[in-house]
Write a protein that binds this ligand. Structure first.
Ligand SMILES: CCCCC/C=C\C/C=C\CC/C=C/CC(=O)SCCNC(=O)CCNC(=O)[C@H](O)C(C)(C)COP(=O)(O)OP(=O)(O)OC[C@H]1O[C@@H](n2cnc3c(N)ncnc32)[C@H](O)[C@@H]1OP(=O)(O)O
Length: 302
């Protein structure tokens, strides 16, 4: 039995409400004992750009990014992702599957419209939100899987690398930090995350060339953990990965994860202002603005 309804993700507890709703629904249905175990409740954000499905049996939340046309990350969308993560923490989710509800695109990375023709003020708001959302995702208490069911350039790759396990749908899509191709530089915490994922040698090769890897190339260098042929297979693999944690004490798991990620996390926490200054200096320069304008035009001309 699947129960679907819309709900505003905000400060209210989505799990509590889902479970209350599911319980009410159960009691409303005659012969409820014969219902299959593992009810599923669905929610979407107020703006509809994020869909959340919670499996009531496993406690695993599937978060679908669905900001058409390409899931580009602007301030509002990043804020909604952060609120969703906050709700999942509050309600003690047992796992996260981060994926896309759009065809062909996991996320197109940062919304270039937030960088092009921006003011120092708007860029500050945007970048501060990006830092904050990333820190939440990188340090979740619950285990996380990115189910990369479409292209994942730039910050799309960064979001995926921050999950603990990456499963990518092959063979058509690409993933990578492509900043140098656009004439810009990946921020140090993107670089740190890529080094953590690939090791320094492969990270240097990937970052300097702005390489976008196919799924099979990504598998070879360790940018993804598994390549699948269908979304169904991806979901099954993601659930299997998360299910191994059902018997591992949560605090031990979380502290171990944080110990391993601590250096990268604290590098950003300690240097947030410096990072912001770097971004403002680079992005507002006339040369980079010109490059971003041409890049946007090339995307629109296609
Ligand atoms: C000295 C020390 C210095 C230290 C340096 C410090 C700081 C560095 C500062 C800043 C770092 C900035 C980091 C950026 C990371 C990023 O994420 S940059 C973005 C990377 N993403 C991309 O390059 C993706 C570009 N898009 C595509 O390749 C394709 O669109 C796609 C995703 C593969 C999808 O292709 P498809 O054919 O399906 O769709 P379209 O191309 O037709 O696109 C549809 C529509 O969407 C628009 N669009 C696409 N991507 C973006 C985007 N990222 N932002 C905004 N808009 C986007 C596209 O223009 C189309 O628009 P329409 O024509 O108006 O419909």
């Amino acid at each position: 039995m699947i129960i679907s309804f819309h709900y505003n993700i905000g400060n209210q507890g989505i799990f509590h409400n889902s479970i209350m709703f599911v319980k009410k629904a159960l009691f409303a249905v005659p012969n409820s004992k014969s219902l299959p175990i593992g009810l599923v409740a669905r929610f979407s954000s107020a703006t509809g750009d994020i869909g959340v499905t919670v499996n009531d049996k496993t406690g695993v939340a599937t978060v679908k990014l669905q900001r058409a046309p390409v899931n580009s990350l602007n301030t509002g969308f990043l804020k909604n992702i952060e609120s969703t993560l906050d709700s999942l923490e509050k309600e003690k989710a047992r796992g996260l599957i981060l994926t896309s509800g759009l065809p062909k695109i996991f996320t197109a990375g940062l919304d270039i419209l937030e960088l092009y023709n921006c003011t120092t003020e708007s860029l500050t708001t945007f970048w501060t939100q990006l830092q904050s959302t990333w820190l939440k995702l990188h340090a979740t208490s619950f285990p996380s899987v990115a189910l990369i069911n479409g292209h994942a350039p730039g910050a799309g790759c960064q979001l995926a690398m921050s999950c603990e396990y990456r499963i990518m749908l092959g063979p058509k899509y690409t993933i990578g930090l492509n900043e140098t191709k656009m004439g810009i530089i990946a921020p140090f915490w993107f670089v740190d995350t890529m080094i953590d994922t690939l090791g320094p040698r492969q990270a240097e090769l990937a970052l300097t060339s702005g390489k976008l890897f196919t799924s099979s190339e990504a598998l070879k260098v360790g940018l993804i953990d598994e390549e699948v042929g269908s979304e169904e297979e991806g979901v099954a693999k993601a659930e299997a990965f998360l299910s191994q944690y059902a018997t591992i004490p949560g605090t031990a798991r979380k502290l171990t994860k944080l110990m391993i990620r601590e250096k990268t996390i604290s590098n950003l926490v300690k240097n947030k202002d410096k990072d912001l200054k770097n971004v403002i200096d680079l992005i507002t320069s006339a040369q980079v603005q010109k490059g971003l304008g041409l890049y946007l035009q090339s995307l629109k001309k296609k």
